[in-house]
Design a protein around this ligand. Structure first.
Ligand SMILES: [Mg+2]
Length: 272
């Protein structure tokens, strides 16, 4: 449900009673022409490592990328993570869970990919990204093709009950039904070390709205990066640089380390 109130910056400091859920592209790294061309700033990686320690490991990545790409991007960190918009989950103890689709859906997606590649070959600049259980069509370098790509995706998802379309920033993606970032947050919050904490979800895109709603439902913080006409988020940071600044401040500020995880601390935290 959209939040009708004006968005404000999040409070400057987290407390140790929270669990942090971070989207990646558009939140921790800027966009590039190709998803493989992004890099994480070393000081941001260090801040994330420090925050993860501070939160007893209750810091997770929640991304549309597959887990393997997340691990490569954040190496040597190997964080709890949701990949493919929640289709893949890896908990803090290393257990991973891959929601399996059926063979008919896998065959269907393979056929869509072949048609998408033919479509892209006649539309320069469109990038087809095969993520295994999902398929993304990017038009970042061909912005005039947006309507055609969307129409292609809508035409092909029709009649398949196992997939839905996830629109995003210069991308539309076929993702398995039942997987979204809100579900990923809820599943992680049932497990240690997330259980009993207040979720803080930070993301920039439409797929993150599921995470915002899930965080709000658990009286946590939802933080939109950038602008959107309508969002469930309660707080806002203007861009990736502001997210970096906020994380660095929280990681290194000596004041940012209250030790109480009492109920009163949690109540303080969720009061917007
Ligand atoms: Mg994003």
């Amino acid at each position: 449900m959209a939040n009708d109130l004006p968005l404000r910056p999040p409070p400057p400091l987290l407390d140790d009673a929270c669990a942090l859920f971070l989207d990646v592209d558009g939140t921790l790294v800027g966009f590039a022409e190709h998803p493989s061309a992004v890099a994480l700033a070393p000081d941001v990686r260090a801040a994330i490592a420090r925050l993860s320690d501070r939160l007893d490991g209750a810091l997770a990545l929640v991304s549309g990328r597959p887990l393997g790409q997340l691990d490569a991007l954040f190496s040597p960190l190997r964080l709890p993570a949701a990949g493919l918009h929640g289709h893949q989950l890896r908990h803090a103890d290393g257990r991973s869970h891959d929601a399996h689709g059926d063979q008919a859906n896998a065959d269907w997606l393979r056929a869509v990919r072949e048609q998408a590649e033919r479509f892209a070959s006649s539309h320069p600049g469109i990038l087809i990204e095969d993520k295994g259980a999902s398929l993304a069509l990017h038009w970042r370098t061909a912005p005039d093709a947006a309507a055609e790509v969307r129409a292609f995706a809508e035409r092909h998802v029709r009649g398949n009950s196992g997939y839905r379309l996830q629109p995003g920033d210069h991308v539309i993606e076929f993702v398995p039904i039942g997987s979204d970032k809100g579900r990923a947050l809820r599943m992680m919050m049932q497990q240690a070390p997330f259980r009993g904490r207040l979720p803080v979800f930070i993301g920039d895109d439409l797929t993150d709205e599921y995470g915002f709603e899930a965080a709000n439902a658990q009286h946590g913080w939802s933080v939109l990066v950038g602008e959107r006409e309508s969002s469930a988020a309660v707080f806002q940071l203007p861009d990736v640089d502001a997210v970096h600044g906020w994380l660095l401040e929280n990681a290194w500020s000596s004041a940012a380390n209250p030790t109480s995880t009492s109920t009163s601390t949690k109540k303080e935290m969720h009061a917007p």
